[in-house]
Design a protein around this ligand. Structure first.
Ligand SMILES: CC(C)(COP(=O)(O)OP(=O)(O)OC[C@H]1O[C@@H](n2cnc3c(N)ncnc32)[C@H](O)[C@@H]1OP(=O)(O)O)[C@@H](O)C(=O)NCCC(=O)NCCS
Length: 187
């Protein structure tokens, strides 16, 4: 369970989101710089713009950010460009809430396919598990994409119609939900 609220990113959120990106050791400085560019563009253009940006708050503090947009030159494919949750707040379904909110908005805009890209590095193992929980399936691997030995993995999730049974089997998020708090109680 979490008590996070997810809202359209306002310009007042900007500096705290930049802080979230900069505090994430997995992101290289050049990735942070691109994230900030995307954030600034999203804040400038708002919900009518290309980049859609949402901020997660817990008790008025910024704890998460997600950004997505339609993939140029595709029919209703959407890229989820960024998702990050402040380290102390991870594992409380805030990332899941933001991802589900983004997917719902993409569906409402007629989006058909969500795409995420991530690294095969060991420090991204929990991130890959997070996407698997949400029924994202690996579609491609680009060897040595980010750096020698650092592959890019591309995951996709159909957002319209039925989700394949194999995706449900490998995605606990589509099965009866057990919250972290409940698991702790059972342990
Ligand atoms: C990936 C991320 C957004 C998930 O957000 P979250 O709020 O921790 O995710 P949720 O609580 O909804 O889901 C938890 C699941 O995510 C995974 N997870 C990823 N990082 C985690 C962390 N640091 N702590 C706990 N769970 C984590 C776990 O697999 C967990 O599954 P489990 O409950 O079966 O153990 C967040 O961990 C994060 O900001 N990671 C660093 C940045 C990043 O990798 N962004 C994506 C770039 S492609």
């Amino acid at each position: 369970m979490n008590n996070a609220v997810v809202r359209v990113t306002a310009k007042e959120d900007r500096d705290a989101i930049v802080g979230l990106l900069a505090a994430c050791p997995m992101f290289r400085p050049c990735e942070v710089a691109i994230g900030v560019e995307v954030l600034d563009e999203a804040v400038k253009s708002g919900p009518e713009g290309h980049y859609q940006s949402r901020t997660a708050f817990v008790e008025d503090a910024v704890v998460g950010w997600i950004c997505w947009g339609p993939t140029p030159c595709t029919e209703a494919t959407y890229d989820i460009y960024w998702i990050v949750v402040a380290e102390p707040h991870r594992g409380h379904r805030i990332g899941g809430s933001m991802l589900s909110a983004a997917e719902q908005e993409i569906r409402e805009r007629g989006g058909r396919l969500a795409v995420v890209e991530t690294s095969a590095r060991s420090d991204y193992a929990a991130t890959r598990k997070f996407y698997a929980r949400h029924a994202y399936q690996q579609a491609a691997v680009v060897p040595d994409f980010y750096a020698p030995g650092d592959n890019k993995e591309i995951y996709v999730k159909p957002l319209q119609g039925l989700i394949p049974v194999c995706a449900i089997a490998s995605a606990p998020s589509l099965q009866p939900e057990v919250h972290a708090d409940d698991r702790e109680k059972k342990a």
